[in-house]
Design a protein around this ligand. Sequence first.
Ligand code: NAD
Length: 379
Amino acid sequence: MTNLRFGLIGTGFMGKAHAIALQSVGTVFPAVAAPKLDCLVDADLGRARNLAAAWGFARSGDDWQALCADPDIDVVDICTPNHLHKEMALAAAAAGKHIYCEKPLALSGPEAREIWQAAKAAGIRTSMGFNYMCNPLIGLAQEMIAAGELGEVFNFRGSYQEDYLSDSRSPFSWRCLRNQGGSGALNDLGTHLINMAEFLLGPMSSVYGSLTTVHSHRPDPTTGDLRAVENEDIAQVLVKFAQGSTGTMEISRVATGKKCGLDFEVHGTKGALMFDQERMNEIRLYQVDDAEGRRGHRTILSGPEHEDYANFCPAPGHGLGINDLKIIEVRNFLNSISTDTAIHCDFQNGWRVQAIVDAIEHSHLNQEWADVSEGQLLK
Ligand SMILES: NC(=O)c1ccc[n+]([C@@H]2O[C@H](COP(=O)([O-])OP(=O)(O)OC[C@H]3O[C@@H](n4cnc5c(N)ncnc54)[C@H](O)[C@@H]3O)[C@@H](O)[C@H]2O)c1
């Protein structure tokens, strides 16, 4: 077993979540070789130094290019704003490093494809940060759907809603800029939902999107001057899946009161499933075969019977948290590297999700359905 040496770029929200996962994965999953937290890089060197000491990294720096070229690094872990992913991933791939990258993979489908192709040519292993699908209950949902427990599945209704920009006075950030965030709610939140929908029901075949910017201007955090928002606050999407289901997706960063509202319902001929990330340790199942007068959604709590849960806790109903999903994500990636096999959330998947985001934007601009079959996206 090789203890892979990780170089992590970015010390914000996700940088900390990755550091916690890298620290903990060997304790939670003793079968994997615990990674070495080798070098922590941030544009702010003082912050990198302080947090390297606090988070257990051996070294720190402010030069991500040097990190990518460093022969003592095996894996480059990218937790920086969206527009930096491409340059960093291409440099890491060119140096033959495995890459773990936060979502979205890039700002557009063509950029994401370039990164995926570079990683493929370099023969490296890759992982995206689509953490929500690592929930043991999402694995259960996928297994139940695949095994036909819901019968023929004919509808998916999903949303990912947060309210971090619902107040028009919330400051302008890189997420509001096309050349730094890409699309708005779609790139930030929609990428998780698209990935989740396809994990559960298989590939989408076409999408029809409608995008809205609710707050057109926001105050610059430094000057207070109003700046024009360049991307959407809300995306509403009609979906058709290759297996025949229809669906809808609603994605919003201005959904007042919603904090992490990634939720979905799946409807089939024999039953239905409901999930809400704000109650991530519960899934609700409805079965049409229950006796009349006894039918209703029953709540299944996460527990050691569900894959990976027992590694965290022997008792049912005690619950996992978001950082635990990151630990599972890192375990999946380490296994992918050690066995040299692809995982679901690799860069090919990151590209596909990004290409679907582009297709939704195209559909909105042209007011027409957009074909998202693999053949069409690869044209
Ligand atoms: N998977 C998830 O659930 C999830 C949640 C939040 C964010 N994200 C993604 O993670 C990424 C980072 O988001 P965040 O919320 O952590 O952002 P953040 O603003 O909290 O942190 C970004 C970090 O990158 C650093 N940075 C910026 N430019 C740099 C450079 N040139 N060199 C080195 N460091 C640099 C900043 O100093 C900061 O520490 C984004 O792509 C975002 O979409 C994913």
